[in-house]
Design a protein around this ligand. Structure first.
Ligand code: MRU
Length: 368
């Protein structure tokens, strides 16, 4: 998508042909800083420290991390060691495991001399495939927005989203934002309610930044405002992303997603989840019981970072010294609250039969 008219992706091979450039998402929305990854340790640290984040981008970064690893050491041991190093960075987004499995599947049978080129080629493909998948999600989700627009001619379609499932969370287009960007491109009047998404504020910092720089009308709201807006008919549909969809259609996404789904259900607002197929995990039968929920450091809750009037970036404490805090990164929305799953192969019911019919190959890979 565009930043003030210039096309950007969230990750790309740099001009030297081997190192990998990413946008440092910890610095947004205040500064657009490009960070260079030159080895597997840096790739792992970029994922862990959330220089890069968002399930599909975590997967793409891990794939390039394996490529960087193969540049330095092409041995069987290096494949396993770098797989485990990258796998241990974040627990919830299944795209990480999907991408690492892909890389290992390609690399293992090859002679060491062929591994570096093959790793870069597969990582490039994973990044390209992500863009193509998201364009598919855009087309499938567009029909939902068009249907609402047709019912209220001359009026704006209001979409609420949570966290950042935008182009910054993927390689390009985003998942939840893909239908929104396409609707905007097609001249449909869309407006996005952007949840701030405490504690890391991915909505306020990242979604607002990318929508604003691309020119999509939006309004940032506190996390608690969504239910109120739904009660007053100000939300036509909710579209969120996801880090993992279980075989039964349960959806794991950024903490607070479940509360939005409850409010949407209570108010008859359609609640859709946009996902690329690598986010489906058929090895998990029951999302609520089985998906690991990341717990992060308490400082994300006790402190907030922002820019002062005179331009300094400062971090301040907002919780009393000594108060214990808990920081759950994700929650699971039960399938019964999900109106539909927007995938690259169509809008599906959130249940096992629909997922299995649309993505049979994912069942086979889960069994491996
Ligand atoms: O902790 P984050 O910022 O990596 O969480 C991101 C999300 O929860 C996104 O909604 C999800 O990864 C989908 S991204 C297309």
């Amino acid at each position: 998508m565009k930043v003030d008219g210039r096309h950007f992706r969230s990750i790309w091979r740099s001009a030297d042909g081997w190192s990998v450039d990413v946008i440092d998402q910890r610095r947004l929305p205040h500064e657009l800083v490009i960070s260079k990854l030159t080895n597997v340790a840096e790739a792992a640290e970029a994922i862990r420290s959330m220089v890069v984040r968002g399930a599909p981008l975590i997967g793409a970064t891990a794939a390039y991390g394996m490529a960087l690893a193969m540049r330095d050491d092409k041995s069987d041991v290096a494949i396993e060691r770098s797989y485990l190093r990258l796998f241990g960075t974040r627990p919830t987004a299944i795209n990480l495991k999907w991408a690492l499995d892909e890389m290992r599947r390609v690399l293992r049978p090859l002679p060491p001399s062929a591994r570096s080129d093959a790793a870069y080629a597969r990582a490039d493909d994973i990044a390209e495939e992500d863009v193509v998948i998201n364009q598919g999600i855009a087309r499938c989700g567009l029909a939902l927005i068009e249907a609402i627009a047709a019912k209220k001619p001359g009026e704006v379609v209001n979409v609420l989203t949570h966290c950042n499932a935008g182009w910054l969370a993927t390689v390009d287009w985003g998942t939840a934002t893909a239908p929104i960007y396409l609707a905007h491109q097609r001249g449909i009047a869309v407006h996005v309610w952007v949840d701030e998404t405490r504690p890391r504020n991915q909505g306020a910092a990242l979604t607002a930044w990318e929508l604003g720089h691309h020119g999509v009308p939006h309004t940032v709201i506190s996390d608690n405002a969504g239910g109120h807006l739904m009660q007053h008919g100000r939300v036509d549909l909710v579209i969120v992303g996801t880090d993992r969809v279980a075989a039964n259609g349960d959806v794991c996404n950024k903490i607070g997603t479940y509360l939005k789904a409850l409010a949407a259900s209570d108010n008859g607002v359609p609640f859709y989840v946009a996902l690329p197929s690598p986010t489906i995990d058929f090895s998990v039968a029951d999302g609520l019981a089985q998906i690991p929920i990341e717990q992060r450091g308490g400082e994300e809750v006790t402190h907030m970072t922002g820019r002062t009037e005179d331009g300094r970036i400062e971090t301040v404490r907002i919780v009393p010294e000594g108060s214990p805090v808990a920081n759950y990164g994700f929650d699971v929305t039960p399938a019964r609250l999900v109106s539909g799953l927007i995938t690259e192969r169509g809008v599906l019911k959130a249940d096992r039969a629909s997922l299995a019919a649309a993505f049979p190959e994912r069942i086979a890979s889960a069994a491996e």
